[in-house]
Design a protein around this ligand. Structure first.
Ligand SMILES: [Zn+2]
Length: 228
């Protein structure tokens, strides 16, 4: 996985927020979508994508009366990422105080029955893999939280916090846990990330046969410390 293009607020022409609130904790990433219809834009056409993001910001600020676009980041079907409130700012998107207190809001720019593209899913996982984690004082995992291997955090969807169809067809993909294979763990290459995923599984699941040592250089004292 390579890092997606992440466009700053200045680059998409964001309005200034009317106020900002710091997010004190960060241990869940909540997926969102646009609602019953797809937002209107051409994936991969930056000007078209940026215009769609500005329309959403205008709606949230002028229509809803919120301080800014509600989301932390917005993800186009092209995989392009647009900075919303960014990391470390409380969102208005999750539909519950706890959700807003402890979670970042990641918005897929799609609606209705549209399924997320591979590019959008990869960008979502890049954000999940790089989200700063601050354990929250809440005793319980977030509702229906899907534990992220190797990270002290969970994923869930807007509908896990309140009654809504959001995040549409993103939700079954979350439930499938197919995204596990796209976690990055801060490594440079997919091969390194794959190795880290195997390591976490080997350490947490005694029945898991990792094949962990395949392809690794042999240590001069390779009889030392082997588990298998
Ligand atoms: Zn939502």
């Amino acid at each position: 996985m390579t890092a997606p293009a992440i466009y700053s607020r200045a680059s998409w022409g964001a309005r200034e927020p009317t106020f900002l609130v710091d997010l004190y904790w960060s241990d869940v990433a909540v997926a969102h979508y646009n609602g019953s219809t797809d937002p209107s834009y051409t994936p991969g056409d930056f000007n078209s994508e940026a215009a769609a993001v500005r329309r959403t910001q205008n709606f949230h600020m002028d229509g809803r009366g919120w301080s800014d676009i509600a989301y932390s980041f917005m993800i186009s079907q092209s995989g392009n990422v647009f900075e919303g409130r960014g990391w470390g700012r409380r969102t208005a998107a999750q539909g519950s105080s706890e959700g807003n207190d402890r979670g970042h809001a990641l918005y897929f720019m799609l609606g209705g029955n549209t399924v997320p593209s591979d590019e959008a899913k990869a960008s979502f996982m890049y954000l999940v893999s790089t989200m700063p984690i601050i354990p929250s004082p809440y005793e319980n995992p977030p509702p229906n939280g899907l534990e992220v291997p190797g990270r002290d955090m969970w994923l869930n969807g807007h509908k896990d916090w309140k009654s809504t169809a959001c995040p549409g067809e993103v939700y079954p993909w979350l439930q499938s846990r197919e995204w596990e294979n796209e976690l990055m763990f801060g490594f440079e290459t997919q091969a390194q990330a794959d190795w880290a995923i195997k390591l976490v599984k080997a350490l947490t699941d005694p029945d898991y046969s990792s094949g962990l040592h395949e392809g690794l250089p042999t240590h001069p004292n390779s009889s030392e410390g082997r588990r298998d």
